[in-house]
Design a protein around this ligand. Structure first.
Ligand code: PMP
Ligand code: GLU
Length: 402
């Protein structure tokens, strides 16, 4: 019997064939591959802090191993973790949730996936202000929903106005998803800007808001506003958060929601059939992370702030990179359409994907095309990298395009 596996005989589902691979993860994999071939690639594609998880969190995990936390966890999270999340929501966001409204998941990505699966029926529309985080549209499509992109402009700091929202709403609109601070634009919705959106939604009581606040603490301008803080929005907002970014815990895979009880219960049921409860050791470590004062992770935010200035200053020296000033997260999202139609280094650049590929091949710098975020004029550059890497990368980009 042949041991060779025939790829030809396997017919995958339409669903998986139609699913796009995550562009951020694909670019990170490509950079890894090129490095393995010996190329000196600087990876500015992945939104991943270059810090290690703080020691006080690692210690909690080691203790959890020693304390024999090794059994299946409750599907929606340990009670102690849910309580730490409840305290965090109250402390940082003045939001009051009870245990029945909290669900802990294997990363905020799973939290978002759950919400789409439990709330959307085929054909339901989800409004996504562009640029949006790369996985939103495919998570919606996996739930047979229809992403409705709302274009925003750099002049308005890539934020959706109430007027734009109103225009995008149809009888099929079921949800609105956005991140603030935003991945990829770094924009932050002020309380007033959220209120303007909430005012429009008063006429549409069945629309649920998914407010992705995973970059909450990576904020360079001050206050963080949550949609659920408005009394009239609380019952129809799902607040998504997680520890990957601010606590440098991307690989630990813990995210969570505070949600209307019916949605939280449904998410619990959903992941009970798919993944069960999130990892036991990671959950114990996250209790310690969330119970700590936010000041304990401030050193990382300060460093990101320095790097933001550095990258904006360096980009300003290169023609054709038009940037908004990001207020949070750790990305810049320059409009590079200046280069479209031009031939640089014998390479014709037609669009943002070509430009991102050009930078990979001619500057050895990995970025992500803006198409993946619903804006084909831009590329995303992550500055969650060391200052040396940022300087070297921007120097290479400058040389490659000149
Ligand atoms: N939302 C946004 C806006 C993100 O950038 C990310 C990146 N990972 C996620 C959700 C998913 O986070 P997690 O790693 O916790 O799944
Ligand atoms: N959220 C990060 C990013 O946007 C991590 C990659 C991912 O989960 O897609 O780069």
């Amino acid at each position: 019997m042949s041991t060779q596996v025939s790829e030809m005989s396997i017919q995958l589902s339409d669903k998986i064939n139609q699913l796009k691979a995550s562009a951020t993860l694909a670019m990170a994999a490509k950079a890894r591959e090129l490095r393995a071939e010996g190329k000196d690639i600087i990876g500015l594609s992945l939104g991943e802090p270059d810090f290690n998880t703080p020691d006080f969190i690692k210690d909690a995990a080691i203790q959890a191993v020693k304390d024999n936390y090794n059994s299946y966890t409750p599907v929606d999270g340990y009670v102690e973790l849910k309580d730490a999340i409840i305290t965090k929501f109250k402390r940082d966001n003045n939001l009051k949730y009870d245990r029945s409204q909290i669900v802990v998941s294997t990363g905020a990505k799973q939290s978002l996936y759950n919400v789409a699966q439990v709330y959307l029926n085929p054909g339901d529309e989800v409004i996504l202000p562009c640029p949006y985080w790369v996985s939103y549209s495919d998570i919606v499509k996996l739930a047979e929903g229809v992403p409705v992109e709302v274009k925003t402009s750099i002049e308005n700091d890539f934020k959706m106005t109430g007027e734009q929202l109103e225009k995008a709403i149809t009888p099929k609109t079921k949800m609105i998803w956005y991140s603030s601070p935003c991945n990829p634009s770094g924009s932050i919705y002020s309380k007033e800007e959220l209120r303007a959106l909430a005012d429009v939604l008063q006429k549409y009581p069945d629309i649920i808001v998914v407010s992705d606040e995973i970059y909450e603490h990576i904020n360079y301008v001050g206050d963080h506003a949550s949609m659920a803080q408005f009394d009239d929005m609380y019952d129809r907002t799902v607040t998504v958060n997680g520890v990957a970014k601010a606590f440098a815990m991307t690989g630990w895979r813990i995210g969570y929601i505070g949600a209307p009880q019916a949605i939280a219960r449904a998410c619990n049921k959903m992941q009970g059939q798919v993944t069960s409860g999130a990892n036991c050791i990671a959950q114990r470590a996250v209790i310690t992370a969330l119970e700590a004062p936010v000041s304990k992770i401030q050193y990382m935010v300060e460093e990101f702030k320095n790097r933001r200035k550095l990258i904006l200053d360096l980009l300003a020296e290169i023609p054709g990179f038009e940037c908004n000033e990001p207020e949070g997260a750790f990305y810049v999202f320059p409009d590079v359409s200046y280069y479209f139609g031009k031939t640089i280094n014998d390479t014709l650049v037609k669009n943002a994907s070509d430009f991102s590929m050009f930078l990979l091949e001619h500057a050895n710098v990995a970025t992500v095309t803006g198409d993946a975020f619903g804006n084909g004029n831009c590329i995303r550059i992550s500055y969650a990298a060391s200052t040396e890497q940022i300087k070297e990368a921007l120097d290479r980009i400058k040389k490659a395009v000149s």
